[in-house]
Design a protein around this ligand. Structure first.
Ligand code: PHE
Length: 412
């Protein structure tokens, strides 16, 4: 008997797809039970109509999986707001044409609780139950890595707005990003430390279980050394730790002129406070993971004057940014952070690709996303390279009066 591409079959008690053990199929069987996985259309729908239910419905359904609660909650909420703004604009204009058919967009947003172990189930649900044509998400690299493990074998395109770890898009040809990657971000931070802050001796404190943190630390260290700098102390922590005194005391003994912390805002605020308490007054530098209004809320004076690299700055001189900040403020009553800008850009890139798809299939949508070139967006001009990554500038901001202030833009 021949099996169609999307048919799932049972072989020697193991759920398989075309005879291949598939993590997605297993996730699907665990989540929705075998009967849902046995249907011919879902969940693969890789080449044919983008799910027959989808094609027959009167809306194009897109999914956002994000940290709407938990330790990185501001990441998910800002991203979701940015996506919502783009969806609202598209729907006001009558919807988006996909494979020649114009329909309104319906966004389904689901919470990963900032946990990588939740990503598989959330993504599986968006694909099998909501039958999304494309996924937007996640922010944190380790959550995106887990989500991509499901999206890729199920044949559903995924665009992460903001995961910068290089391994995310290496998961396969369905996985894209609209942000730069950490080898570039690490270089930007090292260059700023060496050339602008004129630092020779630096220390690093990183989250040893976070793909993003470890990757960015490695890139910073390699580049800083290449540029003639010296790393005098390298210390590790685990996300959610509350006491950093042991590591900070060791760092203090090494007398660095700068402390680089490639972590997320909750931990960074705690680290900064404890460092200042220990009398450590050196400048602090970090990456995009600091980008949250909670950094200043929780870090207070301890983060004042600190620097971090990011994808955009709301006060950066650019007509696209000005327009976006005004629209976002009137919709949500706050200044958009980098995540909001990237969520908006990711949705715009998706809509543009839908308009260019010859047919309303996930396969054609994938090819159209891959062909994205020179799209003028809020966070810069987006072109996707052969690795499905965006190549674009980074900015350095400095915390002043509790707010990130534009300091420099660094081109690749
Ligand atoms: N780049 C971070 C990661 O990959 C996520 C992030 C992006 C956080 C932008 C804040 C702002 O994990």
């Amino acid at each position: 008997m021949r099996h169609t591409q999307n048919e799932l079959v049972i072989k020697s008690g193991i759920l398989t797809r075309r005879g291949l053990l598939s993590a997605a199929a297993l996730a699907c069987s665990m989540l929705v039970g075998l009967s849902a996985c046995e249907r011919k259309e879902a969940p693969g729908a890789s080449g044919n109509a983008a799910g027959s239910a989808q094609a027959a419905g009167d809306e194009w359904v897109i999914g956002h999986y994000g940290s709407l609660t938990g330790a990185q909650a501001t990441f998910g909420r800002s991203t979701d707001n940015g996506i919502k703004l783009a969806v609202e604009e598209a729907n006001k204009a009558g919807g988006v044409t996909f494979g020649g058919v114009k329909k309104k967009i319906r966004l389904v947003s689901d919470d990963t609780e900032s946990k990588a172990e939740k990503a598989g189930a959330v993504v599986t649900k968006l694909i099998t139950k909501d039958k999304v044509i494309c996924l937007l998400g996640e922010v944190a690299s380790k959550v995106s890595l887990a989500g991509a493990d499901v999206a890729q074998p199920m044949g559903v395109p995924m665009i992460t707005p903001s995961s910068t770890n290089p391994d995310v898009t290496k998961k396969g040809d369905m996985i894209f990003r609209v942000c730069f990657i950490d080898p570039f971000q690490g270089q930007v931070c090292a260059k700023f430390a060496r050339e602008e802050l004129k630092v020779t001796n630096a220390a690093v404190l990183f989250d040893q279980a976070g793909a993003y943190s470890v990757g960015l630390k490695d890139e910073f260290v390699a580049n800083f050394k290449k540029m003639g700098g010296k790393i005098v102390s390298e210390q590790a922590y685990n996300e959610g730790d509350s006491d950093f005194n042991a590591q900070l005391t060791r760092i203090r003994e090494a007398k660095p002129e700068l402390l680089f912390i490639p972590g997320y805002y909750t931990d960074v605020a705690n680290i900064a406070r404890q460092a200042r308490k220990l009398g450590m007054t050196m400048p602090l530098l970090g990456g995009d993971g600091w980008d949250s209004e909670d950094l200043a809320k929780n870090g207070g004076d301890a983060v004042e004057g600190a620097y971090y690299s990011n994808h955009y700055a709301p006060d950066q001189p650019s007509p696209e940014i000005e327009e976006f900040v005004t629209k976002y403020k009137s919709a949500f009553g706050s200044v958009p952070d980098g995540l909001a800008a990237l969520g908006y850009d990711a949705a715009k890139i998706l809509f543009d690709a839908m308009e260019r798809s010859p047919n309303p299939t996930r396969k054609d949508l994938r090819d159209a996303i891959a062909a994205t070139k020179n799209q003028k967006c809020v966070t810069g001009t987006i072109s996707l390279n052969d690795d499905r990554d965006a190549v674009k500038s980074a900015v350095i901001v400095q915390m002043k009066g509790g707010k990130p202030v534009f300091r420099a833009s660094i081109a690749p």
